[in-house]
Design a binder for this molecule. Structure first.
Ligand code: XIL
Length: 306
């Protein structure tokens, strides 16, 4: 059971810090390991917040999910604004992966190597990496990450990846192909950013099962369930069902190794800042009071003997 951790809150808020230590056995840096954070100026590194979280996890016996190495978002502006050649970009990406994975070698349990590489219709997302390097950038990234830390589990990761749809078809096929080629892809991360107004997906278990059948690990990596505010008891009940159904799917497939929340308290959730009029997306309110979703997950773990 994991959570994304807000690096500032971890330092500034003792209640938050205590809850991260008490409720979870895995942590993911919400932002601290993203490229724009670790190398804001080319060649000048800012490892402080990431190092602190890794040390916190170690002190509390927690595993760390590294997030994320190749993404189209939260890239430093020196990288996106300078007109690098494809060969230079390939070199920069390679160096970035070796530097970051190498720094935390042996301390990161699983890496989200490539994040959000497909569109919802299953075509490849148009990114700086696809444009410059072509579709093989994904295989390259996994090979480099594996060389830098052969013991870390290497994941793909995306949203709208929790049910059967064209995007998960694309991931299923990509993983099959990559594994046939011997590329070290070892897991499929399903972010789990759901929204009540779109309805809860009903092929969650089938989707987890088909990835499981490929012989890889699966994980719910960024679960939160937002809603249009204000919250009421019906939305709260539906949210609880959503958190429960993803957790049940994880417990029901053999290779599901992680169920991570994208924040556990509304006090620090990214949702209100990104989705107008939406919120209440986590299992605890701003005062760390548990919602029905919290108790549903606890009971589900208890029933499963955890
Ligand atoms: C979000 C963070 O929560 C925000 O604090 C940040 O401003 C933007 O990114 N998918 C991902 C995460 O893989 O990295 C994103 O995190 C949420 C969507």
């Amino acid at each position: 059971m994991g959570t994304a951790v807000d690096a500032n809150a971890l330092n500034a808020d003792a209640t938050y810090r205590a809850a991260v230590a008490k409720e979870f056995d895995q942590v993911t840096p919400e932002n601290a390991m993203k490229w724009s954070e670790v190398e804001p100026v080319q060649g000048q590194f800012n490892w402080g917040p990431a190092d602190e979280l890794v040390a916190f996890a170690r002190a509390h016996g927690q595993k760390v999910r590294g997030h994320t190495l190749v993404w189209h978002s939260q890239l430093p502006s020196w990288l996106t604004e300078d007109a690098f050649t494809p060969a230079q970009l390939r070199d920069l990406l390679r160096k970035h992966i070796f530097t970051e994975v190498g720094r935390y070698k042996g301390k990161i349990w699983a890496w989200d190597v490539a994040n959000e590489v497909f569109n919802d219709d299953g075509t490849m997302r148009d990114t700086i990496w696809l444009r410059a390097l072509g579709p093989n950038y994904i295989a390259d990234a996994f090979r480099w990450a594996h060389q830098a830390d052969p013991n870390a589990l290497l994941f793909l990761n995306d949203y709208n990846a929790e049910w059967l749809n064209p995007k998960t078809d694309a991931y299923y096929n990509l993983i099959k192909t990559l594994r046939k080629q011997g590329v070290p892809v070892q897991g499929m991360g399903m972010q789990g950013h759901l929204a009540l107004q779109y309805g809860l997906p009903n092929t969650v278990l089938q989707n987890a099962q088909r990835f499981d059948s490929l012989g890889i690990k699966t994980a719910y990596t960024e679960v939160d369930i937002r809603m249009q505010l204000p919250v009421d008891v019906y939305k709260s009940a539906a949210q609880s069902e959503g958190f429960g159904s993803l957790l049940r799917a994880c417990l029901l497939v053999r290779g599901c190794v992680s169920y991570t929340l994208w924040g556990f308290t509304d006090k620090y959730s990214w949702v209100p800042g990104f989705f107008d009029g939406e919120g209440s997306a986590t299992p605890m309110d701003e005062n760390f009071q548990p919602k029905p979703a919290y108790y549903t997950m606890r009971e589900t773990f208890q029933l499963a003997g955890h």
